[in-house]
Design a protein around this ligand. Structure first.
Ligand SMILES: [Zn+2]
Length: 130
């Protein structure tokens, strides 16, 4: 059985370098123009007085904040990736955690439904939290 829900998405992009030790070719220092999409779920069919389930700008702001320190960075040097290499999957986990925290403050009636990260136009990871 499915319950009614609105799913809303916003996207952001950033350019960043990484290395993935132990992965052929990827262990060489290289960069990507990453694309990331945050989809949030607002359960139920309730809308606010403006007719919105959640303002797109809140979603976009949460996502932009979540990736702000990634842009033009060497990802392996950032705190979340010092212990574990910044694979697309791990980037998705960090973005999900940061956006979950932010949305709890600004739009507590929503939940992160999915974080999608494109490492290249052909390669995408989708992470869906429990
Ligand atoms: Zn790569």
């Amino acid at each position: 059985m499915t319950v009614p829900a609105f799913l809303l998405s916003a996207e952001a992009t950033f350019s960043a370098a990484h290395t993935l030790p132990g992965v052929e070719k990827c262990e060489r220092f290289h960069g990507h123009n990453w694309r990331v999409r945050l989809t949030v779920r607002a359960d139920g069919d309730g809308l606010d007085e403006t007719g919105m389930a959640v303002d797109f700008r809140l979603i976009e702001d949460a996502l932009r904040e979540a990736v702000a320190d990634f842009d033009h960075a060497h990802l392996n040097e950032l705190a979340p990736f010092r212990e574990y290499a910044p694979s697309a999957e791990r980037l998705a986990l960090v973005v999900c955690s940061r956006c979950t925290e932010r949305l709890a403050q600004v739009a507590p009636h929503t939940h992160v439904d999915a974080v999608e990260i494109w490492e290249t136009p052909q390669y995408r990871v989708i992470y869906r939290p429990a």
